[in-house]
Design a protein around this ligand. Sequence first.
Ligand code: GLN
Length: 484
Amino acid sequence: MINSSLKQLGEMLQAKTISSVELTQSFLDRIKQYNPSINAYIALNEAETLAQAKAADARLANGSAAPLTGIPIAQKDIFCAKGWTTTCGSKMLANFVAPYDAHVISQFDAAGAVNLGKTNMDEFAMGSSNETSYFGGVKNPWDFDRVPGGSSGGSAAAVAARLCAAATGTDTGGSIRQPASLCGFTGLKPTYGVVSRYGMIAFASSLDQAGPMAKSAEDCALMMNVMAGFDERDSTSLNREKEDYTRDLNKPLQGLRIGLPKEFFADGLDANVGKVIETAIAEYKKLGAELVDISLPNTGLSIPVYYVLAPAEASSNLSRYDGVRYGHRAESYTDLMDMYCKSRAEGFGAEVKRRILIGTYVLSAGYYDAYYLKAQQIRRLIAQDFEEAFKHCDVIMGPAAPSTAFKAGEKVDDPVAMYLQDIYTISTNLAGLPGMSVPAGFSNGLPVGLQIIGNYFDEARMLNVAHQYQQVTDWHSRMPEELK
Ligand code: GLN
């Protein structure tokens, strides 16, 4: 059952071969067994979770069920969920109980899905290994000595270890796709503006986007049907007609043009990861796709540009944590300024402070033109690279991450090495484009993800491209032997 797809679980619930309470309880039991060692969940509320499952069973009984009714979903702890602690992985919010639901949470509620718990993450979603979390690191279910990737590391481990049916994540520079690659599951970052950011704790507002983390492309499509949609409470939410993301899953791939950017297969890519990606692409050729060589010439600038813009936005977004209205407040202080300073000094971890310092610097009067403005200009050039590329291909493929999962502690003291984890994912965030990571095989026993980048609003096609591959391969249904 833990390996069943969302569709299968939905059918079992509808047919009453299992109740939502039973299904939820079996995941809660697995969480009890494995979470103490994996640390994927940082907040559980069994009574509330089971109450939601009971309500779902009532819906299933009275015929008002939707496709995800009764299915237990893990929620990244970046989403405010009424009555739940919502910490964003930070000491600053360790005592914060959200008084309202994020749009994503209320969408799952309305669908009748069950909130299994809140998952661990890098502090304020800043990181690529989950090691910046105030609540400790998360183990990669494939090798407990290794990181699950980040920042959505808890959701990633929960999906990979089958401690949930599916999970949510957010991706500002790669935080859905890089952990999906390192933990061996399917993750999608939608086009910017497709999923409302209301109630999702802000990191870099022009880049942040929520998306599904699940076993398969079909599961991601079902999750997208719940998560996507216009919300007037987010001024960047796009008012588009509701889509059925499953609609194209079964289309054949004959004639699909796959763009292969030469910059994604250059220095810096682990040779074994490269081989796995080439094998996956060969599989697409068998499915009738055509390969096109393309170039994204500004790829090398995406990391420096991101590490100007994201900290700039973060420094502004995080100014709200002043110890006055909510969150951590220092115990002793002399005056108001001292209270601000001590509360922030105590509440934020080292990586968050580094970003606030960089962000404040690049936005300062003397350096704004040299850094912030220049980065905005290059951001436009990066988007233009994709615009040009999509004249010649339908989707772009390459690796999602430059390596497989690395050892815990290996990169924590080297921010630049850590930042390079997102070399293949960040440019899509800068351009606002959708991107996916799909399990494509293993290197030395560790999962490797194939990245699929689509044009704006092409999620249904990307899901189709991933689904067809998952019909002829079984990488996405593999799970760590010891956790079976
Ligand atoms: N690793 C990147 C960072 O630390 C991306 C994080 C994310 O996508 N939330 O900023």
